[in-house]
Write a protein that binds this ligand. Structure first.
Ligand code: PEP
Ligand code: MN
Length: 338
């Protein structure tokens, strides 16, 4: 971090700034110029409040040269993180395909869809039991009962389950799920992030609809700083001026995250577009851009789905798509090895 001081800073204030910074454990290199004095702060500056320093009377400007996230930062952890989940893994050159309904509606529904997506090539089952809905009058999910149905579907198919946790109070019910999903609307629910950081299940953090890369990574940092290193990032479209699609898929997030972090990234083309016929082209784009996996909504009767029918694929559409995505993934690996 670089602190540029105003011309002729008050000596007392400067000394107290330097003492305060040293107490925080950073080493200070002072360089005195004609016009300005510059302090170069070396060490762990992630705990320093940049706005607080910038607001001091003697300070003209402060610049970060290091990212505020440490655990998630690729600089300090060059190898890709690989997360074992059940009989599969996320990251490490595999293509994870999470598929299933938006919401668990009944045992029959989730078991039938789980069997169909497993046969079609899915490696994990998704399904919401606790649902964040924009309208309080919309179907809110089956809650704890929905989690039980997901476990039945896992028992029947062997597919690990990924499902959304909305509130800290629900956490005891999630001890037996395989991946805890933090939804876009909760990406900055810091108490929730800390709580999932204090347990061991892998956590998939969906990007908030208007979150910057840094804010998203800081959410991952919350979980990791609390002790849980098994974090997965999921890009699910961000909100833009475009209203034709539900959101706008940020494909650039894949190579950007690859650079900034060692954590695996999953792309959700279903929530990114809101339209079933856009899922295939965007899933292909994501695989071509190097995603570690996809999360795709599949429903056996989209017309009657209680949530997100218009963006759900029928199993007979999902299966050939999954096959093509695996072939594309293998082809991309060949290209990379050329
Ligand atoms: C979901 O995956 O069911 C969901 C609600 O997604 P998001 O949080 O990305 O809107
Ligand atoms: Mn959905």
């Amino acid at each position: 971090m670089i602190v540029i001081l105003k011309h002729n800073p008050n000596r007392e204030q400067l000394d107290s700034l330097i003492t305060w910074l040293q107490e925080k454990g950073v080493v200070i290199h002072t360089s005195i110029g004609e016009a300005n004095t510059i302090l170069g702060l070396v060490g762990d500056t992630s705990k320093l409040d940049i706005d607080l320093i910038a607001a001091l009377d003697i300070v003209q400007d402060v610049k970060r040269v290091q990212e505020p996230y440490k655990n998630a930062n690729r600089k300090f952890h060059p190898e890709d993180t690989v997360i074992p989940v059940g009989n599969t893994q996320i990251g490490g050159g595999t293509l994870t395909i999470m598929a299933g309904p938006c919401s668990v509606e009944s045992e029959e529904q989730v078991v039938a869809i789980a069997k169909a997506v497993k046969a079609g090539g899915a490696t994990m089952l998704r399904g919401g039991a606790f649902k964040p809905r924009t309208s309080p009058y919309a179907f809110q999910g089956l809650g704890a009962t929905g989690l039980e149905y997901l476990k039945v579907a896992r028992q029947e198919t062997g597919l690990p389950i990924v499902t959304e946790l909305m509130d800290v109070t629900q956490l005891p019910l999630f001890q037996d799920v395989d991946v805890i999903q933090i939804g876009a609307r909760n990406m900055q629910n810091f108490d929730l992030l800390k709580a999932v950081g204090h347990q061991e299940k892998p956590v998939m953090i969906k990007r908030g609809m208007s979150a910057t890369y840094e804010e998203w990574l800081m959410s991952a940092e919350y979980v990791m700083a609390s002790g849980n290193e098994n974090v997965i990032l999921c890009e699910r479209g961000v909100r833009t001026f475009e209203s034709y699609t539900r959101n706008t898929l940020d494909v650039a997030a894949i190579p950007v995250m690859r650079t900034l972090t060692h954590l695996p990234i999953i792309i959700d083309p279903s929530h990114a577009t809101g339209k079933y016929w856009l899922v295939e082209p965007l899933a292909r784009a994501a695989v071509a851009a190097g995603t570690d996996g996809l999360q795709i909504e599949v429903h056996n009767d989209p017309a009657h789905a209680l949530c997100d029918g218009p963006q759900s694929l029928k199993p007979e559409v999902f299966a050939p798509l999954a096959g093509k995505l695996l072939r594309l993934h293998a082809f991309m690996k060949d290209l990379d090895n050329e």
